[in-house]
Design a protein around this ligand. Structure first.
Ligand SMILES: [Zn+2]
Length: 412
């Protein structure tokens, strides 16, 4: 495939009229006037900006089915009164259409990979692969459902060698998993060399309970159990002491910052500037569509930036370039992905139409991407395959109808 005449951002500068040659799953060459062979599919990139795939580093994709179902509540009553009772009724068919709905949204926002923790991971993996996206998937582990542990092991075995699906291990949180379960999760991830994914220090209540039960902060507690390492993606990390931040940095933990979910649940504002100053790899996630309520990382970048500026009373806090890095390179680093708009990288990218009011005047494109652009992209390519072109995704109408049907059945 050859993308002709596209604009790119290289080293913070916009360059125009470049071609991108994709051979199989990878970017073969980027340059001017690249020759095309007769077999090449040609995409006209004129008036478009090519950007690398974005990474949603923390979500629960099938929760798109619960979008708008229970808003304006605090985390614990939201979970116990609304979400958990509905989740108890979920079938793999619900998951299938919830995941498809989520994949549609990710494709529309140019997000080429997501890091998920939820139920029915085999169905999630099959459906994600069918939709053509890349994903890191962990079946959620709770003490109340011991069978999930056995499922986690067989899921890793089944998907370990897939090129799009990366199995991971997902202990839900310190307040739903015992010390034994948390240690088991760390060992399983280590043994199989996969990502470990958990929720951490999301609310003040979680910190207070941890101090009471263990005499340690949630971060210290996870460290005492051996979970803090570069393979861990810890979602939220809102309530952290300076000591917690140093520990996360020294252990090489990746933090998935989810500002909109935290703000919507009134959980607080994560100390992102402090984390970044300490050298922590901070990436960006949306959390589930039930607390966001969409999967738009463009919106997430803007909110992350403007909220952090206010939290620090510093208008130069979390600059646009850093927000962009969190949604791209920091996500690649957290998950060990060979992505980016460069020769040799896996071909995950999006084309964005620059002939729009929010890109005019063409001052700084990074600024426009973070502060000005509404999320939708024109074309999304994952693993060298075009999943959306000119805003059209094959099969979208059926997915919208089926997702609506599943929602009505679940809430009837
Ligand atoms: Zn979450």
């Amino acid at each position: 495939m050859l993308i002709k005449g596209v604009s790119l951002i290289q080293g913070g500068i916009t360059v125009k009229g470049r071609d991108i040659l994709i051979e199989g799953k990878r970017i073969e060459k980027i340059g001017r006037d690249l020759p095309c062979s007769r077999s090449d599919e040609i995409l006209d990139g004129r008036g478009m900006l090519a950007v690398p795939g974005l990474i949603n580093s923390h979500t629960h994709l099938a929760m798109t089915l619960f979008r708008g179902y229970a808003d304006d509540m605090a985390l614990m009553p939201w979970l116990t009164e609304k979400i958990w009772p509905l989740e108890a009724k979920l079938t793999s068919e619900d998951i299938r259409w919830g995941v498809k709905l989520g994949c549609l949204e990710l494709i529309r926002f140019g997000i080429t990979c997501y890091n998920d923790m939820y139920y029915y991971m085999d169905e999630t993996a099959r459906t994600t692969k069918e939709m053509g996206l890349r994903a890191f998937l962990s079946g959620v582990v709770f003490d109340s459902k011991p069978q999930f542990k056995a499922e986690a092991e067989s899921f890793i075995k089944a998907w370990k060698d897939d090129d799009l699906i990366h199995p991971a291990v997902g202990p839900h949180a310190i307040y739903t998993c015992s010390a034994e379960t948390l240690r088991w999760a760390a060992d399983l991830a280590e043994k199989n060399n996969v990502v470990l994914h958990t929720h951490l220090s999301e609310t003040e209540g979680e910190v207070q309970a941890s101090m009471k039960d263990h005499g340690l902060s949630p971060v210290d507690y996870l460290d005492s159990l051996g979970l803090l390492s570069p393979r861990l993606v810890a979602a939220h990390c809102v309530h952290l002491s300076d000591k917690d931040i140093s520990l996360l940095a020294s252990r090489g933990v990746n933090v998935a910052h989810c500002p909109i979910s935290n703000l919507k649940l009134a959980a607080g504002i994560a100390p992102v500037e402090k984390l970044l100053s300490a050298g922590v790899n901070v990436c960006l996630g949306t959390d589930g569509a039930s607390t966001n309520n969409n999967l738009d990382l463009y919106e997430e970048m803007k909110v992350a930036s403007v909220v952090q500026k206010n939290a620090c009373s510093k208008s130069d806090a979390l600059k646009a370039s850093m927000a962009w890095k969190m949604a791209t390179e920091s996500g690649y680093k957290a998950l060990g992905l060979d992505l980016g708009l460069r020769e040799g990288a896996l071909a995950d990218l999006a084309l964005i139409n620059l002939r729009r009011p929010w890109f005019t005047p063409e001052a700084s494109l990074i600024s426009h991407l973070v502060y000005s652009m509404p999320g939708e992209v024109d074309t999304t390519i994952i693993n060298g395959k075009v999943l959306m072109k000119g805003g059209v995704i094959a099969g979208e109408d059926e997915i919208l109808v089926k997702a609506q049907e599943r929602f009505e059945k679940l809430t009837a």
